[in-house]
Design a protein around this ligand. Structure first.
Ligand code: DQA
Length: 146
């Protein structure tokens, strides 16, 4: 089983970006931990970080027929991007929406997501460990589908 782990704008700066909100771990730290979990779960991971909405759409469409699922922290696009939601539908890739922070405890404009209604699950507020939790949840869901 192949799972894509996608990150949107400014998440390449994790570790130094607003650490009081997003923590001190870098994206490379998170990816290294996920690789260990992937070995345990016997799944293959591929990672991508893009800052542009269209770039993320291209990455998602290229998953069609290749990946069985995806985790995405789309950053600020989560609150606005029908294009990203549509891309997952077009690619027929089930996905989990993920955020480091609890978006529902933040500014009003972050409390709405346009992705969650199409996601198989949504996880936020657990910081970097949320990536691992989301991976476990997605793989369990996909496994249950048979
Ligand atoms: C975020 C939350 C978003 O509102 C924000 O724009 C981000 C990061 C998170 O992981 O908590 O870039 O997705």
């Amino acid at each position: 089983m192949r799972i894509a782990v996608l990150n949107g704008p400014s998440l390449n700066l994790l570790g130094t970006r607003e650490p009081a909100i997003y923590g001190h771990e870098t994206l490379a730290d998170i990816e290294a931990r996920m690789r260990k979990v992937a070995t345990e779960l016997r799944v293959e991971l591929e990672f991508a970080q893009r800052s542009g909405e269209g770039e993320l759409v291209d990455v998602i469409l290229a998953l069609r027929g290749r990946a069985q699922g995806a985790l995405i922290n789309a950053g600020a696009y989560s609150h606005t991007s029908l294009a990203i939601r549509d891309a997952f539908a077009a690619a027929e890739v089930p996905f989990v929406e993920l955020h480091l922070s609890n978006i529902f405890a933040r500014e009003p404009e972050r409390r709405h997501t346009v992705l969650a209604s199409s996601a198989v699950g949504m996880l936020c507020g657990f910081g970097p460990i949320g990536y691992e939790l989301a991976l476990r949840g997605l793989v369990a869901k996909l496994g249950a589908r048979g």
